[in-house]
Design a protein around this ligand. Structure first.
Ligand SMILES: Cc1ncc(COP(=O)(O)O)c(C=O)c1O
Length: 507
């Protein structure tokens, strides 16, 4: 690599916004990205590199003189891309997707190119108003009740991620509760969630000063499809109140991370209204699916919630990052998060100052990206995208079910997430043969070992990338269909790879 002498005298001609350069270099970068996507399918999804592989290839000090874009892109291609996990590969089925699209990318370009900061209405009026419009559009797409829309007295905001959204609601709920019970009661406040809830709730609760032992993960059960049981919630609240604690917040989930399970929103909502808790619904992944009428029943009772969040960057083709959050009473959140400064007057009492709806002051113009994505594709194509992933996941699930001598679906598929494991067909463990009764006792851990081996072998082949979960004694594989490039042939090929690998483990 090495630094080139500067072609210019920097003191007189340095112009970081040379418009001829902008035009030529942006073409270079988009060409580079196009070529990256053209070759993506053939690349190992997970890189075959060792720790330190990149650091050892790069100079220790920053270049003193600027370098050409060609030179930089050449290093991206040769040094950086080989060390990437290719999240946009059609063979990426791990975690949840971070779905990208041409419109998402163009929206990001506009966001970054216009580079405005709408922390108050007057700091960029169109940025604020476009965000108002886009969050109301999406609320209507999800069929959220008017109470979550600006037009119905509620409203929404675009955060970077769910952690931020949850943290903001926790702070609002804490302050509202402490106003009622007194500031000295912070050590008594209790947060509820289930043992399937994403760790974001634990992180957020600790950040706002909740004692770790007062963050209660209620156990879910198979008979409730791993949804939080309303009676368990009621019993926990009653017991905690008797012990002098102050229940104040519940997080429910539509589409849990491990299994895609859904908490019963309406029934939980009735319990929280009785005890006056803040109810947040986390739809980080599966919230997006509710733009399809066939999934909207999962939102039944959502009018009983105080807030709901959904990551459009997971499943709505919106390139990282964009988390929608809607509130029934934005006022409560604003009271908690508002920070004044004389230079920060909003300019209009009637308009939203988004600095008071989030943690930071500065913010990205995410609304323009979402506006581009929704306009470019229309609601119909976004619905089509979700349905096509769900149908490919259903196809994959069927193939796994049909191979029941060797595989087992551990939880009926919800959305586009299939959870499965290997079923060892030989009743041999460590060279010892077990009879049926004895075998039941050792089977889960034996199956788990084999399932983990299967996943690791598939991943290290580079042909596909899956993730797994250890739940109690059972380890299972999660296969998510969600990459924008995945087609049926990739799913069929994935199943072939899994079967071949399984045969190599359990001939
Ligand atoms: C259900 C759920 N909630 C929250 C999160 C965290 O999301 P973020 O990274 O946007 O904070 C995830 C991440 O996958 C998730 O699956």
């Amino acid at each position: 690599m090495g630094s080139l002498p500067s072609p210019h005298d920097l003191s007189t001609t340095f112009n970081p916004m040379d418009l001829t350069e902008l035009s030529t270099e942006s073409r270079l970068v988009t060409d580079f990205i196009t070529q990256y996507y053209q070759t993506l399918e053939t690349r190992p999804v997970q890189p075959l590199v060792k720790p330190g592989f990149l650091t050892s290839q790069l100079p220790e000090d920053a270049p003193f003189y600027g370098e050409s874009m060609e030179e930089i892109l050449s290093d991206v291609n040769e040094k950086i891309v080989p060390g990437l996990t290719h999240w946009q590969s059609p063979n990426f089925h791990a975690y949840f997707p971070a779905s990208s699209s041409n419109a998402g990318l163009m929206g990001e370009l506009l966001c970054s190119g216009l580079s405005v900061i709408g922390f108050t209405w007057s700091s960029s009026p169109a940025a604020t108003e476009l965000e108002n419009v886009v969050v109301d559009w999406m609320a209507k797409m999800l069929n959220l009740p008017p109470c979550f829309q600006f037009s119905g007295g509620g409203g929404g905001v675009l955060h970077s991620n769910t952690c931020e959204a949850v943290l903001c609601t926790l702070a609002a709920a804490r302050d509202k509760t402490m106003e009622r019970v007194g500031d000295d009661k912070i050590n008594k406040l209790v947060v509820y969630c289930s043992d399937q809830t994403h760790f974001t709730i634990h992180k957020g609760a600790k950040l706002i000063g909740i004692r770790p032992k007062n963050i209660k993960s209620l156990t879910t059960r198979r008979e409730n499809e791993y949804g939080l049981c309303p009676n368990d919630l009621r019993n926990a609240i009653e017991a905690d109140m008797k012990a002098g604690l102050v229940p104040f917040y519940l997080c429910g989930t539509i589409g849990t991370t491990a299994l895609g399970a859904v908490d019963p929103i309406k029934e939980l909502g009735k319990v929280v209204r009785e005890y006056d808790l803040w109810f947040h619904v986390d739809g980080a992944y599966a919230g997006s699916a509710c733009i399809c009428p066939e999934f909207q029943h999962y939102l039944d009772g959502i009018e009983l919630a105080d807030s709901i969040s959904m990551n459009a960057h997971k499943w709505l083709l919106s390139n990282l990052d964009c988390c929608f959050m809607w509130l029934r009473s934005p006022k409560t959140l604003i009271q908690s998060l508002a920070a004044e400064g004389t230079f920060l007057k909003g300019g209009s009492e009637m308009m939203v100052d988004y600095k008071d709806w989030q943690i930071s002051l500065s913010r990205r113009f995410r609304a323009i990206k979402m506006w581009v994505v929704i306009r470019r594709y229309g609601v119909s194509n976004l619905i089509e995208h979700i349905r096509s992933d769900v149908s490919m996941a259903a196809r994959f699930e069927e193939m796994v079910r049909a191979a029941s001598d060797r595989f087992e679906i551990v939880f009926p598929r919800k959305f586009s997430l299939v959870c499965f494991k290997l079923r060892s067909n030989k009743k041999m463990v460590n060279g010892r043969k077990f009879n049926d009764d004895e075998y039941e006792g050792v089977k889960p851990s034996r199956d788990s070992e084999l399932t983990r081996e299967l996943m690791e072998k598939v991943n290290s082949s580079g042909k596909a990338y899956l993730s797994g979960v250890q739940m109690g004694r059972i380890f299972f594989i999660r296969c998510v269909i969600g990459s924008s490039l995945t087609e049926e042939r990739h799913v069929d090929n994935l199943w072939k790879i899994i079967q071949e690998t399984a045969r190599s483990i359990m001939p």
